[in-house]
Design a protein around this ligand. Structure first.
Ligand code: ADP
Ligand code: F6P
Length: 336
């Protein structure tokens, strides 16, 4: 618990940007101001903190931002912040600017930074912002919903041209080491195969067989969603084309998945989570991360949150398999 009342809070975004981060910033600023706090925005994540790129924020500064993708505070990756020397200096900078509570919007890496700052005496609260959905303590991360919808729409478009040319398409989606975006898009787009790093067995012969089976059944396309954590889609496409004789193209969706106006869900969750982070600081809490579990917004100790493991839901994966290339196993349906 904090030993004094919080007067000034700071907010920064760190790591990869995510749609909805602006809604979270807006909530932090307005919740803070409405509770009589001063709110400072820190540009470019921990980089900006170390460079003292710190501004006072007013309610107006966050007008017309809830619907905008990206982050108005900019974001960065800052390797230097992993050093104790930088963390000590950052804490001194916070004290110099009167920042006695800091909201960090980002992923696990950013939370490790928040944990380090808390160890230097700055009250920190993490808000989960990443399109990857790879934060173990929460079922929801800001940006995931927008990203999967963006990817889903793009994959529908690739499918149109893939069908017209009777091709196989490998579509690579983001997610760093996690397969959540791939799994969700795989189901939403009715992909024939979904490759995720958590359990891919590198059995390309199985993919070759699936593509040939699809063609025999009269399918005009074969969509493979490949997660970034597996990668190498271009080379995979060349190998599959050589093995099947079926024209195969790779499409890497890339950073377009991180942009765009946030969905309603991302705006709402980000708003609640941002406000809750401020409430936690006001309550004197420190070194916590906000999460969403079993229908409730909750908070965890950052140390515990970072130690948690997250697994791809096995049942979801099994269902996705049964709806794609494996579905004839039980039904023997010769149709598409
Ligand atoms: P994300 O927050 O999305 O997981 P990164 O893993 O790239 O993204 O981390 C964002 C930033 O958080 C890093 O560039 C660094 O500034 C900080 N960070 C990451 N890991 C640590 C760590 N172990 N200690 C201190 N800061 C860290
Ligand atoms: O963490 C979000 C994310 O988009 C990952 O899915 C991806 O691996 C990474 O960031 C890409 O980072 P960068 O913007 O540095 O290319």
């Amino acid at each position: 618990m904090a030993d004094k009342k919080i007067k000034t809070i700071g907010v920064l975004t760190s790591g990869g940007d995510a749609p909805g981060m602006n809604a979270a910033i807006r909530a932090v600023v307005r919740r803070g101001l409405s509770n009589g706090l001063n709110v400072k925005g820190i540009y470019k994540g921990y980089n900006g903190l170390l460079n003292e790129e710190i501004i006072d924020m007013t309610a107006k500064d966050v007008s017309d931002t809830i619907e905008r993708g990206g982050t108005i505070l900019y974001t960065a990756r800052c390797l230097e912040f992993k050093t104790l020397e930088a963390q000590i200096r950052a804490a001194e900078i916070c004290r110099k600017h009167g920042i006695d509570g800091l909201v960090v919007i980002g992923g696990d890496g950013s939370f490790a930074g928040a944990q380090a700052l808390a160890a230097q005496g700055i009250n920190t609260i993490g808000v989960p912002g990443t399109i990857d959905l790879d934060i173990a303590c929460t079922e929801y991360t800001i940006g995931f919903d927008t990203a999967v919808n963006t990817a889903m729409e793009a994959i529908d478009k690739v499918r149109d041209t893939s069908t017209s040319h009777e091709r196989c398409s490998i579509i690579e989606v983001m997610g760093r080491h996690a397969g959540y975006i791939a799994l969700w898009c795989g189901i939403a787009n009715g992909a024939e195969d979904i490759l995720i790093p958590e359990n891919y067995d590198y059995d390309e012969q199985r993919l070759v067989n699936n593509i040939i089976d699809s063609r025999k059944k009269g399918k005009r396309h074969h969509i493979i969603i490949n997660a970034e954590g597996i990668g190498h889609s271009e080379a995979m496409a060349r190998r599959l084309e050589a093995a099947t004789g079926i024209e195969t193209r790779a499409t890497i969706l890339g950073h377009m998945q991180r942009g765009g106006s946030p969905t309603c869900k991302d705006r709402v969750y980000a708003s609640v989570m941002g406000a809750m982070a401020v409430d936690l600081l006001i309550q004197g809490k420190n070194c916590r991360v906000v999460g969403y579990r079993n229908g409730d917004f909750v908070d965890f100790d950052i140390n515990e949150a970072l130690a948690m493991q997250k697994k791809i839901p096995a049942y979801m994966q099994e269902v996705s398999d049964s709806l794609s290339h494996n579905y004839t196993k039980n039904t023997e349906d010769p149709e598409l």
